[in-house]
Design a binder for this molecule. Structure first.
Ligand code: OGA
Ligand code: NI
Length: 368
């Protein structure tokens, strides 16, 4: 317990101690903690299960979209899927995908590889422990905590593929083969999603690919250890993704929730399914047609929970050019509601604002 001379919780020192151990939350669990360390206690208002407490409403269910047959040309099946994506992206910002092209064995192998990495002896992970976002491969737990922010009960291995590339030698051996396989499938599914989302916006299939808005990805390999006092903390706090698109795989433990109609709605695991999530940047370029929705992961008394989130962001070339609401979808009735912005500036803004600001969107809104 870190307590300063005046008896109050010494937040800065607790962060320092946790970071210097370089062994993440898994390190605390291995050391045998039976109570939640103070640094991880979230204020009660952030732990609420329902903002409006309208528990009498039966919670709505996340849409599931079946990709069976979608690849084959421009037939009726494809039009149906595009329509389902349009509706889900407008109303939910989140949807489940089944019968996608990623083989179940590759998904299972990837989850197992992520577990293998995080369950390596702490000393083997320490050299990768870093908060430096310029590092393409890094291991950490809670990056860039600002003063008095609570930490969350999870560890992350991040692998950044800029323009779809990352030197395999940089990927930890414990998961190298599986990460390389999985990223290939993610790139393939990204291409499919890119076409379908373009069509759902009423644009030519190649539109989003031509602006290279999803040509890089950060793959977050998340590990949520068993939590001793799950009701006091979170696995991942409420946030929206700062991406164009996120593709998420979760194991069978559960805990993901999305904020839909002001209610926390569970996203129960479905074996073999993936989850697509519209990010803030897609909301901006679609001029608010598609929505980026807040979500979180509750901590659990069971686990570990493993998930893999692939965050799609612009290519190197596209990151150096401005983005703005897509001209082709604007009209007198649908004028741009966001100003032009640079991807890098957007990331900076998000970073500076840190954890309290759940979305950087309002910063780019044109005052009406
Ligand atoms: C994220 C995220 C969800 C999960 O990392 O942005 O929302 O299930 N993760 O781990
Ligand atoms: Ni997220």
């Amino acid at each position: 317990m870190v307590v300063s001379s005046n008896g109050e919780f010494d937040w800065a020192n607790a962060v320092k101690e946790f970071d210097e151990a370089k062994s993440g939350v898994k390190g605390l669990v291995d050391a045998g903690v039976t109570r939640l360390p103070r640094l991880f206690v979230h204020p009660p208002e952030l732990l609420q299960s329902n903002p409006k407490l309208e528990t009498s409403n039966t919670p709505a269910k996340l849409p599931t979209i079946d990709f069976e047959g979608v690849e084959r040309g421009s037939g009726a099946r494809r039009r149906e899927v595009v329509e389902e994506i349009r509706k889900a992206a407008e109303e939910w910002g989140f949807f489940r995908i089944i019968n996608h092209s990623v083989p179940l064995e590759k998904m299972d192998a990837m989850l197992e590889a992520v577990r293998r990495f995080h369950e390596l002896p702490a000393v083997e992970k320490m050299p990768l422990y870093s908060d430096d976002s310029r590092k393409r491969v890094r291991f950490n737990s809670n990056s860039a905590l600002r003063e008095n922010d609570s930490a969350s009960w999870r560890d992350i291995l991040t692998c950044v593929f800029t323009d779809d590339q990352l030197d395999p030698q940089e990927i930890p051996l414990a998961c190298r083969v599986e990460v390389q396989e999985y990223v290939k499938h993610m790139i393939e599914l990204r291409e499919t999603m890119s076409e379908l989302i373009s069509e759902a916006l009423g644009l030519p299939s190649n539109y989003l690919s031509s602006i290279e808005c999803m040509k890089s990805q950060a793959m977050a390999c998340l590990y949520y250890p068993i939590c001793p006092e799950p009701e006091k903390t979170l696995g991942t706090p409420k946030h929206s993704d700062t991406t164009f698109l996120t593709l998420l795989m979760q194991d069978s433990i559960g805990g993901l929730q999305i904020l839909h109609d002001n209610q926390w709605v569970d996203v129960p695991p479905v074996r073999g399914a993936l989850i697509a999530n519209i990010g803030d940047l897609m909301q901006i370029i679609s001029n608010d047609k598609f929505i980026s929705v807040e979500h979180r992961v509750v901590a659990q008394p069971v686990g570990p929970r493993i998930s893999v989130a692939c965050f799609f962001t612009p290519s190197m070339a596209a990151a150096a050019k401005p983005f703005a609401p897509i001209k082709e979808i604007l009209s007198d009735e649908n004028p741009a509601v966001y100003r032009e912005f640079m991807f890098r500036e957007y990331c900076q803004y998000y970073k500076i604002k840190g954890q309290d600001v759940v979305s950087a969107l309002p910063h780019y809104k044109i005052p009406s």
